[in-house]
Each structure stands twice: as structure tokens, then as C-alpha cells.
Design a protein around this ligand. Structure first.
Ligand SMILES: *Cc1c(COP(=O)(O)O)cnc(C)c1O
Length: 406
């Protein structure tokens, strides 16, 4: 276990892990079940276009979401895009800047204008008052994000949307299996979008889904996903190709079967991190409300440089040198990157403060309690001697042996 700052790989010590320990290793589930399913699709020679695996996956996702419909897509970015198209959004879309750029790009690429509003610093989710203050005559929708699986302030946001006649559509990419006031995420607002990207808690290689209780909306989404075709197989509207393949659904079904176990493992991991880092000044582990059935797919710490004397980015670098690959979910925030920062410069202090502090640490079913103890020993070593590490790094920045940061 690392104790003195000289032990850190950043300053020439041996790396704590021989192989990279990553955020978002894919959750595969039972590999033989996956291969069986894939073989089935090959035997049937039905690889895409509404095959049995995609339909089964949609049924399972709708069950988890508690919704009448799930429309599976090739990824969540396309799911968002289809949803914005199907609900005929125009003009401005109010959204949380504390998200992956896809939430905004999916709107921007359709000619819509993302309008970023500040977050509630207590949750990291869109602040309903800030959202309401941003409503103009051009606003057509609000798109909040359930950050790290923490539900947005849904009741308040519904009231704002109702008062102004706006659509309310959720980016629920992180929130599969989570609940709000006892009801599963999925059935809120006009629709919600999940991601099944390889790094997410349930993976289908690439994949996404829109879930909704609105049958007409689901019908339009199914049409848009497949070239705008109607039931007669002829094009009825401008559509695209955003279908999920059978191979992706085979993975999605298999990964979803492991979901319950994955969540238990993630919750245990989060508890290990919280206890290993307890009492470390300036490092706060983000915890979740048990009532909201958190999936705990992200272990996020907030690093307050004013207290630790080491910036989040340097801590990230220290960890990378130890083969501990972390992620800044989400930094920079959406309004701080192109094209938004040039097109619509805006200052959002709560978002910027949070974005400057967050670091997601490795978790998931392949990360063990022993791994976590070692990761936390490195964090304690670097943070406990934060000012020294920072000084040493600045002095030797050009000399220090630096492994490529992934
Ligand atoms: C991952 C993610 C997306 C995009 O999902 P893809 O399936 O990779 O397109 C969108 N929004 C959020 C908040 C995400 O984390």
C-alpha cells in the first residue's frame, strides 16, 4: 500500500495495478447464454428488422421501466433524436448542462437550440426554478437528466412544464431500475430514454430505448426508427435507420438478466468506497437515497481543491499513473464545450463548481473489495499529502516519467 508521496507512480514508483482498472467495464452476464442467443439468430438467419430478440428485449425493458412501450434503438443518442423528432420539438429546449454532450447534440443536429440552465447543487440535477426562468416564447420542451441515476426533481419540473405548455422528456441514460416516489424511472414525463452503451449498467454493445405509456408516440418512434415506414411497409414520413440489431439485443437480454446481481455488487462497492474514504477531508463520496433504488453504477467523488490542496485533474493523473482509469462525469459541462460555449456563452456557477470537482472511480461487477482498498489507499496517499504532491508535480512536470493517459 502506498504511503509516502514518493511511492506514487507519478513520481517513479511502481504502478499499483499491472492491468488498467477502469470505469465502465461491460457487464456481460452469462456468456454462454449470449452465445446461445446469437447462435439462435444465426440459425434463424434473422439478424435485424424487428426480430424476436429485439422484441423480447423491448418487453423486458418495458417491464423494468413499468411502461406500456419500449422502443429499442441502435444507441441512446439516436433514441433522443427520434424522440425530439416524434414530439415535433421546435426552437429552444431547456436542458441540464451536467450531462453527456449527446443530450444536447441530438437537439442541435435537428436545428433545435439547447438552452442550459443551472443545477441544484444538492443533487446535480436541473434546478426547476432555473428552468422556469429560462422559458421563452420559443421554448418547446424541458429535457432533465437523472444524473448518476439520481431522479430529477420530477414533481416540480412537471409543474413548470404544465404551466408553460411544454413537453417534458427525460434523459434517463443512468437511471435504469431506479425509482422516484416508489415508481420506476421510465414512466415520467412524455417519455424517457435509456442507454445500453457498453459502459452502462446494462449493455447491448451499443443500444438505447425510448420508454413511454403513450402508444401513439411509440408508433411514431417505431416508424421514425425504420425509414419512416408505416404498417404497409411504405414510407409515410421522413425517417432514419436507428434499429437495434439482434446481436445487440442478445447481449442486452443477457446483460439485463445479470442486472439484479450487478446492482447488488455496485451497492456493495459504493459502501466499500464510502467507508475507505470516510474522514478524508475534501473528498466526498456521492451517496444515493435508498428509497430511490439506486443502481449505483457510478462511484463519484467530489474533490474540493481548497481543502485537499490537490486538484481533481491532478488526482486523476496520479491515479492514471497507477493504472486506475477514472472519468470526469461530467467535466467540462455541456455549456463549456463547442459549439455551445461560442454560440451561447452562459455562466452557470453551480454546474461549473460541481463539474470542476467530480471524478468517477472504477466500479462494476469486476471490481473487488480488495481493488477498492488499494484504489482508496492511493487516493488517501495523494490527498493526504495534497499540497506536497501538487508542488512536486509542478517542479518536476517536465522530468516526471509519464505513462500515456487513457
Ligand atoms: C451515455 C449517455 C448518453 C448517450 O448514450 P449512447 O447510447 O452512447 O448514445 C446520453 N446521455 C447520457 C446522460 C449518457 O450518460
Amino acid at each position: 500500500m502506498k504511503q509516502k508521496f514518493d511511492d506514487l507512480a507519478l513520481f517513479g514508483g511502481p504502478a499499483e495495478f499491472p492491468q488498467p482498472l477502469c470505469v465502465g467495464r461491460p457487464t456481460v452476464g452469462d456468456r454462454s447464454r449470449f452465445l446461445e442467443r446469437l447462435n439462435g439468430a444465426l440459425d434463424e438467419q434473422w439478424l435485424t428488422n424487428g426480430g424476436p430478440l429485439v422484441r423480447e428485449f423491448e418487453e423486458r425493458v418495458a417491464e423494468v421501466a413499468g411502461t406500456r412501450n419500449a422502443v429499442a434503438t441502435c444507441n441512446a443518442t439516436m433514441a433522443l433524436q427520434l424522440l425530439y423528432m416524434a414530439t415535433e420539438l421546435t426552437g429552444e429546449v431547456i436542458m441540464s448542462p451536467m450531462t453527456y454532450v449527446a443530450t444536447a447534440h441530438a437537439a442541435r443536429i435537428l436545428g433545435l437550440t439547447p438552452v442550459f440552465c443551472d443545477i441544484d447543487p444538492a443533487t446535480g440535477c436541473l434546478d426547476p426554478r432555473a428552468a422556469e426562468a429560462a422559458v421563452t416564447s420559443r421554448t418547446s420542451a424541458i429535457v432533465p437528466v437523472h444524473l448518476w441515476g439520481r431522479p430529477s426533481a420530477i414533481d416540480e419540473l412537471e409543474k413548470v412544464a404544465d404551466r408553460h405548455g411544454l413537453r417534458l422528456l427525460f434523459d434517463a441514460a443512468h437511471a435504469l431500475g431506479c425509482t422516484y416516489q416508489g415508481r420506476p424511472i421510465g414512466g415520467f414525463g412524455g417519455a424517457e430514454v435509456f442507454s445500453f452503451h457498453a459502459t452502462k449498467v446494462v449493455n447491448s454493445f451499443e443500444g438505447g430505448a425510448v420508454v413511454t405509456d403513450d402508444d401513439d408516440l411509440a408508433g411514431r418512434l417505431r416508424s421514425l426508427r425504420s425509414f419512416g415506414f408505416g404498417p404497409d411497409g411504405n414510407s409515410q414520413r421522413t425517417g432514419t435507420n436507428a434499429k437495434m440489431s439482434e446481436a445487440a439485443a442478445a447481449m442486452g437480454l443477457t446483460s439485463l438478466e445479470a442486472f439484479g446481481e450487478t446492482v447488488l455488487h455496485n451497492r456493495a462497492n459504493l459502501a466499500h468506497y464510502a467507508s475507505e474514504l470516510a474522514g478524508l477531508d475534501g473528498v466526498q463520496v456521492v451517496t444515493y437515497d435508498e428509497d430511490q433504488s439506486p443502481n449505483c453504477q457510478y462511484v463519484v467523488v467530489k474533490v474540493d481543491e481548497n481543502v485537499t490542496g490537490i486538484h481533481r485533474d491532478l488526482l486523476m493523473r496520479v491515479l492514471a499513473e497507477e493504472n486506475i482509469v477514472t472519468q470526469r462525469y461530467f467535466s467540462p459541462a455541456c455549456h463549456q464545450v463547442e459549439p455551445y460555449r461560442t454560440e451561447r456563452p452562459v455562466e452557470l456557477p453551480h454546474t461549473e463548481r460541481l463539474a470542476g470537482q467530480v471524478l468517477a472511480l472504477p466500479t462494476g461487477p469486476t471490481v473487488t473489495a480488495a481493488d477498492i482498498r488499494r484504489v482508496c489507499a492511493v487516493v488517501r496517499c495523494a490527498v493526504g499529502q495534497g499540497p506536497v504532491v501538487t508542488d512536486r508535480f509542478r517542479q518536476g512536470a517536465d522530468r516526471a516519467p509519464v505513462r500515456a493517459t487513457r
